[in-house]
Design a protein around this ligand. Structure first.
Ligand code: GLV
Length: 328
Protein backbone atom coordinates (compact mmCIF):
# COMPACT_ATOMS: atom_id res chain seq x y z
CA UNK A 1 0.00 0.00 0.00
CA UNK A 2 1.59 3.25 -1.10
CA UNK A 3 2.21 5.93 1.51
CA UNK A 4 2.36 9.62 0.77
CA UNK A 5 6.04 9.47 -0.30
CA UNK A 6 7.03 10.35 -3.82
CA UNK A 7 10.39 9.21 -5.16
CA UNK A 8 12.20 9.65 -8.46
CA UNK A 9 14.44 7.13 -10.18
CA UNK A 10 16.51 8.97 -12.76
CA UNK A 11 16.83 6.03 -15.21
CA UNK A 12 15.42 2.56 -15.76
CA UNK A 13 16.94 0.24 -13.13
CA UNK A 14 16.27 -3.47 -12.51
CA UNK A 15 12.86 -4.41 -11.14
CA UNK A 16 14.65 -5.67 -7.98
CA UNK A 17 14.90 -2.02 -6.96
CA UNK A 18 11.64 -0.68 -8.40
CA UNK A 19 9.35 -3.31 -6.82
CA UNK A 20 10.18 -2.49 -3.17
CA UNK A 21 9.92 1.23 -3.90
CA UNK A 22 6.44 0.84 -5.45
CA UNK A 23 5.26 -0.84 -2.24
CA UNK A 24 5.91 2.27 -0.19
CA UNK A 25 5.88 5.24 -2.56
CA UNK A 26 4.67 6.76 -5.75
CA UNK A 27 7.58 6.14 -8.12
CA UNK A 28 8.53 8.38 -11.06
CA UNK A 29 11.01 6.73 -13.43
CA UNK A 30 12.96 8.61 -16.11
CA UNK A 31 12.40 6.21 -19.01
CA UNK A 32 14.78 7.64 -21.62
CA UNK A 33 18.09 6.05 -22.62
CA UNK A 34 19.94 9.33 -22.08
CA UNK A 35 20.07 10.97 -18.64
CA UNK A 36 17.75 13.87 -17.87
CA UNK A 37 19.35 17.25 -18.58
CA UNK A 38 19.40 19.76 -15.71
CA UNK A 39 15.93 21.11 -16.50
CA UNK A 40 14.42 17.62 -16.72
CA UNK A 41 16.24 16.52 -13.56
CA UNK A 42 14.83 19.50 -11.66
CA UNK A 43 11.36 18.68 -13.02
CA UNK A 44 11.37 14.97 -12.15
CA UNK A 45 12.61 15.73 -8.61
CA UNK A 46 9.93 18.36 -8.04
CA UNK A 47 8.09 17.54 -4.80
CA UNK A 48 10.02 14.28 -4.28
CA UNK A 49 10.97 13.03 -0.81
CA UNK A 50 13.83 10.93 -2.12
CA UNK A 51 15.57 9.83 -5.29
CA UNK A 52 17.68 7.09 -6.76
CA UNK A 53 20.28 8.96 -8.78
CA UNK A 54 23.00 7.89 -11.20
CA UNK A 55 26.59 8.98 -11.61
CA UNK A 56 25.44 11.02 -14.63
CA UNK A 57 23.25 13.26 -12.42
CA UNK A 58 24.90 16.31 -10.85
CA UNK A 59 23.43 16.82 -7.37
CA UNK A 60 24.63 20.08 -5.83
CA UNK A 61 23.56 22.70 -3.31
CA UNK A 62 21.53 24.67 -5.86
CA UNK A 63 19.53 21.57 -6.82
CA UNK A 64 18.93 20.69 -3.17
CA UNK A 65 17.82 24.27 -2.40
CA UNK A 66 15.38 24.08 -5.29
CA UNK A 67 13.98 20.80 -3.90
CA UNK A 68 13.58 21.31 -0.14
CA UNK A 69 11.36 18.20 0.19
CA UNK A 70 14.24 15.93 -0.91
CA UNK A 71 15.61 14.14 2.17
CA UNK A 72 17.46 11.14 0.72
CA UNK A 73 19.68 10.91 -2.37
CA UNK A 74 20.48 7.26 -2.98
CA UNK A 75 23.18 6.87 -5.63
CA UNK A 76 23.03 3.76 -7.83
CA UNK A 77 26.85 3.44 -7.69
CA UNK A 78 29.61 3.01 -5.18
CA UNK A 79 31.27 6.25 -6.36
CA UNK A 80 29.49 9.48 -5.44
CA UNK A 81 31.66 12.20 -6.96
CA UNK A 82 28.50 13.40 -8.82
CA UNK A 83 27.07 14.53 -5.47
CA UNK A 84 28.23 17.50 -3.42
CA UNK A 85 28.18 15.61 -0.12
CA UNK A 86 29.11 18.59 2.13
CA UNK A 87 26.22 20.57 0.56
CA UNK A 88 23.85 17.65 1.25
CA UNK A 89 25.08 17.23 4.81
CA UNK A 90 24.65 20.97 5.51
CA UNK A 91 21.04 20.66 4.40
CA UNK A 92 20.41 17.46 6.38
CA UNK A 93 20.05 15.35 3.22
CA UNK A 94 21.19 11.72 3.47
CA UNK A 95 23.51 10.52 0.72
CA UNK A 96 23.71 6.75 0.11
CA UNK A 97 25.71 4.52 -2.24
CA UNK A 98 26.13 0.84 -3.15
CA UNK A 99 29.46 -0.44 -1.81
CA UNK A 100 30.27 -4.15 -1.53
CA UNK A 101 27.73 -5.57 -3.98
CA UNK A 102 29.79 -4.57 -7.04
CA UNK A 103 33.26 -5.33 -5.71
CA UNK A 104 33.69 -8.77 -7.31
CA UNK A 105 32.12 -7.76 -10.63
CA UNK A 106 34.44 -4.75 -10.87
CA UNK A 107 37.52 -6.75 -9.91
CA UNK A 108 36.62 -9.46 -12.45
CA UNK A 109 36.18 -6.82 -15.14
CA UNK A 110 39.52 -5.24 -14.28
CA UNK A 111 41.14 -8.60 -14.88
CA UNK A 112 39.23 -9.00 -18.14
CA UNK A 113 40.64 -5.66 -19.28
CA UNK A 114 44.16 -6.51 -18.10
CA UNK A 115 44.22 -9.88 -19.85
CA UNK A 116 42.59 -8.47 -22.99
CA UNK A 117 45.19 -5.72 -23.29
CA UNK A 118 48.11 -8.01 -22.41
CA UNK A 119 47.10 -10.64 -24.95
CA UNK A 120 45.71 -8.21 -27.56
CA UNK A 121 42.34 -9.94 -27.63
CA UNK A 122 40.32 -7.18 -29.41
CA UNK A 123 42.98 -6.90 -32.15
CA UNK A 124 43.02 -10.69 -32.50
CA UNK A 125 39.23 -10.85 -32.88
CA UNK A 126 39.34 -8.13 -35.51
CA UNK A 127 42.15 -9.97 -37.34
CA UNK A 128 40.02 -13.09 -37.66
CA UNK A 129 36.82 -11.20 -38.52
CA UNK A 130 38.62 -9.32 -41.29
CA UNK A 131 39.67 -12.61 -42.89
CA UNK A 132 43.38 -11.94 -42.30
CA UNK A 133 44.03 -15.29 -40.50
CA UNK A 134 46.02 -17.34 -43.03
CA UNK A 135 48.17 -19.61 -40.84
CA UNK A 136 49.69 -20.14 -37.41
CA UNK A 137 52.49 -17.59 -37.04
CA UNK A 138 55.46 -17.59 -34.64
CA UNK A 139 55.41 -13.80 -34.53
CA UNK A 140 51.67 -13.29 -34.86
CA UNK A 141 49.99 -10.88 -32.41
CA UNK A 142 52.56 -11.29 -29.64
CA UNK A 143 51.39 -9.96 -26.29
CA UNK A 144 52.88 -9.57 -22.83
CA UNK A 145 53.25 -12.17 -20.06
CA UNK A 146 50.85 -11.86 -17.17
CA UNK A 147 51.90 -14.82 -15.03
CA UNK A 148 54.92 -13.90 -12.97
CA UNK A 149 54.72 -10.19 -13.83
CA UNK A 150 54.45 -7.30 -11.35
CA UNK A 151 51.03 -5.81 -10.68
CA UNK A 152 50.74 -2.32 -9.19
CA UNK A 153 47.41 -1.52 -7.54
CA UNK A 154 46.90 2.20 -6.91
CA UNK A 155 44.08 2.44 -4.38
CA UNK A 156 43.90 -0.66 -2.20
CA UNK A 157 40.31 -0.29 -1.01
CA UNK A 158 37.54 -2.87 -1.41
CA UNK A 159 37.93 -3.25 -5.18
CA UNK A 160 41.72 -2.87 -5.27
CA UNK A 161 42.03 -5.64 -2.69
CA UNK A 162 39.90 -8.04 -4.76
CA UNK A 163 42.00 -7.27 -7.82
CA UNK A 164 45.15 -7.93 -5.79
CA UNK A 165 43.77 -11.17 -4.34
CA UNK A 166 43.11 -12.54 -7.84
CA UNK A 167 46.77 -11.96 -8.75
CA UNK A 168 47.80 -14.90 -6.56
CA UNK A 169 46.45 -17.25 -9.23
CA UNK A 170 48.89 -15.71 -11.69
CA UNK A 171 51.91 -15.87 -9.37
CA UNK A 172 52.36 -12.14 -9.62
CA UNK A 173 54.39 -9.84 -7.42
CA UNK A 174 51.88 -7.30 -6.12
CA UNK A 175 52.74 -3.71 -5.20
CA UNK A 176 50.20 -1.30 -3.75
CA UNK A 177 49.93 2.42 -3.17
CA UNK A 178 47.37 4.01 -0.87
CA UNK A 179 47.18 6.83 1.63
CA UNK A 180 45.98 4.42 4.33
CA UNK A 181 47.57 1.01 4.82
CA UNK A 182 45.95 -2.31 5.74
CA UNK A 183 49.02 -4.17 6.97
CA UNK A 184 47.07 -7.29 7.87
CA UNK A 185 45.68 -7.64 4.34
CA UNK A 186 49.09 -6.89 2.84
CA UNK A 187 50.80 -9.56 4.96
CA UNK A 188 48.12 -12.15 4.27
CA UNK A 189 48.10 -11.60 0.50
CA UNK A 190 51.75 -10.89 -0.14
CA UNK A 191 51.19 -7.28 -1.10
CA UNK A 192 53.97 -4.72 -0.63
CA UNK A 193 53.05 -1.08 -0.05
CA UNK A 194 55.35 1.30 -1.92
CA UNK A 195 55.28 5.01 -2.84
CA UNK A 196 53.39 5.77 -6.07
CA UNK A 197 56.57 6.60 -8.00
CA UNK A 198 58.08 3.23 -7.14
CA UNK A 199 54.88 1.41 -8.07
CA UNK A 200 54.84 3.16 -11.44
CA UNK A 201 58.49 2.41 -12.12
CA UNK A 202 58.40 -1.28 -11.18
CA UNK A 203 54.98 -2.50 -12.34
CA UNK A 204 54.21 -4.27 -15.60
CA UNK A 205 50.50 -3.58 -15.02
CA UNK A 206 49.28 -0.50 -13.19
CA UNK A 207 45.61 -0.63 -12.20
CA UNK A 208 43.73 2.32 -10.69
CA UNK A 209 41.09 1.92 -7.97
CA UNK A 210 40.97 5.27 -6.19
CA UNK A 211 37.89 7.42 -5.63
CA UNK A 212 37.82 10.66 -7.62
CA UNK A 213 38.67 13.56 -5.29
CA UNK A 214 40.58 16.83 -5.63
CA UNK A 215 43.70 14.86 -4.65
CA UNK A 216 43.28 12.05 -7.19
CA UNK A 217 42.20 14.17 -10.19
CA UNK A 218 44.99 13.71 -12.80
CA UNK A 219 46.90 11.50 -10.37
CA UNK A 220 48.27 9.90 -13.55
CA UNK A 221 49.64 12.65 -15.79
CA UNK A 222 52.60 13.19 -18.07
CA UNK A 223 55.16 12.90 -15.29
CA UNK A 224 53.67 9.69 -13.86
CA UNK A 225 53.34 8.04 -17.28
CA UNK A 226 56.99 8.87 -17.97
CA UNK A 227 57.97 6.91 -14.86
CA UNK A 228 56.29 3.74 -16.15
CA UNK A 229 58.05 1.01 -18.13
CA UNK A 230 57.78 1.25 -21.93
CA UNK A 231 56.29 -2.26 -21.77
CA UNK A 232 53.74 -1.35 -19.08
CA UNK A 233 49.95 -1.48 -19.42
CA UNK A 234 47.66 0.97 -17.60
CA UNK A 235 44.18 -0.14 -16.53
CA UNK A 236 41.58 2.31 -15.26
CA UNK A 237 38.31 1.08 -13.75
CA UNK A 238 37.94 3.95 -11.25
CA UNK A 239 36.96 7.34 -12.68
CA UNK A 240 38.11 8.89 -15.97
CA UNK A 241 39.54 12.15 -14.57
CA UNK A 242 42.03 10.22 -12.41
CA UNK A 243 44.03 10.04 -15.66
CA UNK A 244 45.00 13.09 -17.74
CA UNK A 245 43.49 12.08 -21.10
CA UNK A 246 45.80 14.20 -23.28
CA UNK A 247 48.88 12.90 -21.48
CA UNK A 248 47.69 9.32 -21.96
CA UNK A 249 47.08 9.81 -25.69
CA UNK A 250 50.59 11.20 -26.02
CA UNK A 251 52.12 8.36 -23.97
CA UNK A 252 50.40 5.71 -26.09
CA UNK A 253 51.36 7.43 -29.34
CA UNK A 254 55.01 7.94 -28.31
CA UNK A 255 55.54 4.49 -26.85
CA UNK A 256 56.08 5.91 -23.35
CA UNK A 257 53.88 2.99 -22.23
CA UNK A 258 52.77 -0.02 -24.25
CA UNK A 259 49.00 -0.02 -23.88
CA UNK A 260 45.97 0.98 -21.84
CA UNK A 261 42.62 -0.56 -21.03
CA UNK A 262 39.93 1.82 -19.85
CA UNK A 263 36.51 1.18 -18.37
CA UNK A 264 36.23 4.90 -17.64
CA UNK A 265 37.33 7.95 -19.59
CA UNK A 266 37.36 11.73 -19.38
CA UNK A 267 35.05 12.81 -20.89
CA UNK A 268 32.39 10.11 -20.92
CA UNK A 269 31.35 9.06 -23.44
CA UNK A 270 34.38 9.41 -25.71
CA UNK A 271 33.51 10.10 -29.35
CA UNK A 272 34.11 7.13 -31.66
CA UNK A 273 36.87 9.03 -33.50
CA UNK A 274 38.83 9.88 -30.32
CA UNK A 275 42.46 8.65 -30.49
CA UNK A 276 41.96 6.47 -27.40
CA UNK A 277 39.13 4.67 -29.19
CA UNK A 278 40.89 4.27 -32.53
CA UNK A 279 44.40 3.29 -31.39
CA UNK A 280 45.25 -0.43 -31.50
CA UNK A 281 47.07 -0.19 -28.17
CA UNK A 282 44.08 1.12 -26.25
CA UNK A 283 40.93 -0.72 -25.23
CA UNK A 284 37.92 1.38 -24.22
CA UNK A 285 34.70 -0.13 -22.88
CA UNK A 286 31.66 1.94 -21.86
CA UNK A 287 31.95 2.07 -18.04
CA UNK A 288 30.57 -1.44 -17.63
CA UNK A 289 32.73 -2.82 -14.81
CA UNK A 290 29.75 -3.57 -12.55
CA UNK A 291 27.49 -4.60 -15.42
CA UNK A 292 26.41 -8.14 -14.62
CA UNK A 293 22.76 -9.12 -14.26
CA UNK A 294 23.41 -10.29 -10.71
CA UNK A 295 25.33 -7.20 -9.60
CA UNK A 296 22.93 -4.69 -11.13
CA UNK A 297 20.03 -6.47 -9.35
CA UNK A 298 21.94 -6.16 -6.08
CA UNK A 299 22.75 -2.50 -6.71
CA UNK A 300 19.07 -1.82 -7.45
CA UNK A 301 17.97 -3.61 -4.28
CA UNK A 302 20.57 -1.88 -2.10
CA UNK A 303 19.83 1.57 -3.48
CA UNK A 304 16.10 0.99 -2.85
CA UNK A 305 16.76 -0.33 0.68
CA UNK A 306 18.92 2.74 1.36
CA UNK A 307 16.23 5.09 0.12
CA UNK A 308 13.39 3.42 2.03
CA UNK A 309 15.37 3.30 5.29
CA UNK A 310 16.31 6.97 4.92
CA UNK A 311 12.69 7.98 4.27
CA UNK A 312 11.63 6.08 7.40
CA UNK A 313 14.21 8.02 9.41
CA UNK A 314 16.26 4.86 9.92
CA UNK A 315 20.00 4.42 9.31
CA UNK A 316 20.40 3.17 5.70
CA UNK A 317 22.51 0.03 5.08
CA UNK A 318 25.04 2.18 3.15
CA UNK A 319 25.21 5.92 3.61
CA UNK A 320 28.22 8.21 3.28
CA UNK A 321 26.96 10.92 5.65
CA UNK A 322 24.54 9.17 8.05
CA UNK A 323 26.75 9.94 11.05
CA UNK A 324 26.70 13.64 10.28
CA UNK A 325 23.00 13.78 9.36
CA UNK A 326 21.49 11.34 11.90
CA UNK A 327 24.13 11.55 14.63
CA UNK A 328 26.36 8.66 15.74
C1 GLV B 1 30.42 2.87 -10.95
O1 GLV B 1 31.30 3.42 -11.53
C2 GLV B 1 30.22 2.98 -9.54
O2 GLV B 1 30.79 3.89 -8.90
O3 GLV B 1 29.46 2.16 -8.99
Amino acid sequence: MATSWTVAVTRQIPEAGLAPLREVAEVRVWEEELPPDTEALYAILDGCDGAITLLTDRIDGALLDAHPSLRVVSNFAVGYDNIDVPAATERGVLVCNTPGVLTDATADHTWALMLSAARRIPESIEYVREGRWKTWGPLLLLGQAVSGATLGVAGLGRIGKEVARRAAGFDMRVLAYDTVQDDEFAAEHNVTYVPLDQLLAESDYVTLHVALTDETRHMIGREQLARMKPTAILINASRGPVVDTDALVEALQNGTILAAALDVTDPEPLPADHPLVTMDNCIVVPHTASATVQTRDQMAKLSADNLIAGLKGERPPASVNADAVLGN
